[in-house]
Ligand binder design. Structure first.
Ligand code: HPA
Ligand code: ZN
Length: 324
């Protein structure tokens, strides 16, 4: 079964490129850019990746991103992720990047996006991996800051398929970004949002109704509102679920407790993704294997998750046909 899972063609819809920064590359970039890390070794960094909730992770994740300084660094980060995609037979990936994490440190928007997109282009040409880029707003920052970020993205709209919303969910509900999402849609961008990861089911409703999100990132906390579960099934609203992330950030106490199988059986458009694989202990294959082992998902159910991901992707029609 593990061989079957490894060889299965996959589509990833929820991956933060900054969350694919492995400690080895973090140390290499720290050395290259003369930056001091709070860890003395790769091993010490890995040992520090013990989280109690989303915020305890975000603090370490934003700190790790400090080593990313030059266009080449963003290229190397993205290229390393694409090589892992190749190993896991990921054929298409839709990647989040957090420009504010970098522009706040005075790294120009262009440096970030050009480094990432150069690697994505090479990935398409040399590895046959297609991709899309989603610009994610940090929800702990202001609406004004998000508008400034959208402004900076204007010269690069051809490189971005949509906008997302990530960072600390509790206390920062989707409706805070209603206007900037409306402005993004006016520019032809698609909308997705993290909701119902740590926050309440109402955040999922707000992401759909106020932000017009076409996919919900995580969404697993919908189950405390049975009507919402039924509505999500009826709407065929895709959920980009990240099983290993949910365990690491203690959304569920163990994989056996995860509700992914329940949601699949309820007919929701469930997909499996890796979120921040360098921090959560696994890429796509690892996530598929973990849910299979704990919850006994059948081959048919695992394949269904991939078909759901193809259908929920923002791939152009021709490539979608080729993947299905
Ligand atoms: N949730 C919210 N914000 C994030 C995440 C996540 O899982 N990963 C990176 N930023
Ligand atoms: Zn995420």
């Amino acid at each position: 079964m593990e061989d079957f899972i490894r060889d299965m063609p996959k589509v990833e819809l929820h991956l933060h490129i900054e969350g694919s920064l492995e400690p080895e590359l973090m140390f290499e970039l720290a050395k290259r850019n003369n930056i001091r890390l709070p860890y003395s070794s790769v091993e010490e960094a890995r040992n520090a990746y013990q989280f109690t909730d989303l915020q305890s992770f975000l603090d370490i994740y934003y700190q790790g991103a400090n080593v990313l300084q030059n266009q080449q660094d963003f290229f190397d980060l993205t290229w390393a992720y694409l090589l892992r995609c190749q190993q896991d037979n990921v054929r298409h990936t839709e990647i989040f990047f957090d420009p504010q994490t970098h522009t706040q440190r005075n790294i120009p928007f262009d440096v970030v996006i050009n480094g990432i997109t150069d690697a994505l282009k090479k990935g398409e040409e040399e590895l046959g991996i297609s991709s899309q880029l989603i610009m994610s707003f940090l929800r702990h920052l202001s609406e004004q800051d998000a508008f400034e970020t959208l402004e900076q993205a204007q010269p690069h709209l051809d490189k971005i398929v949509g906008v997302g919303l990530d960072s600390s969910e509790v206390g920062h509900p989707p409706e805070k970004f209603c206007r900037v999402f409306a402005a993004s849609r006016q520019l032809g961008l698609k909308c997705v949002a993290h909701a119902g990861e740590e926050g309440p089911p109402d955040n999922i409703r707000s992401a759909i109704n106020d932000l017009k999100a076409e996919r919900i990132d995580h969404g697993v906390r919908c189950t405390s509102d049975r009507k919402l579960v039924d509505d999500l099934a009826k709407m065929k609203m895709p959920l980009t679920i990240c099983p290993l992330s949910n365990i690491k950030l203690r959304v569920f106490s163990s994989m056996e407790q995860h509700n992914i199988l329940f949601l699949l059986k309820k007919g929701l458009c469930v997909t499996i993704n890796s979120d921040d694989p360098a921090f959560f202990g696994g890429y796509m294959t690892d996530n598929f294997i973990a849910v299979h082992k704990a919850l006994n998902l059948t081959r048919h159910q695992l394949v269904q998750c991939t078909i759901n991901a193809i259908n929920a992707s923002f791939i152009e029609a021709e490539r979608k046909e080729a993947l299905l």
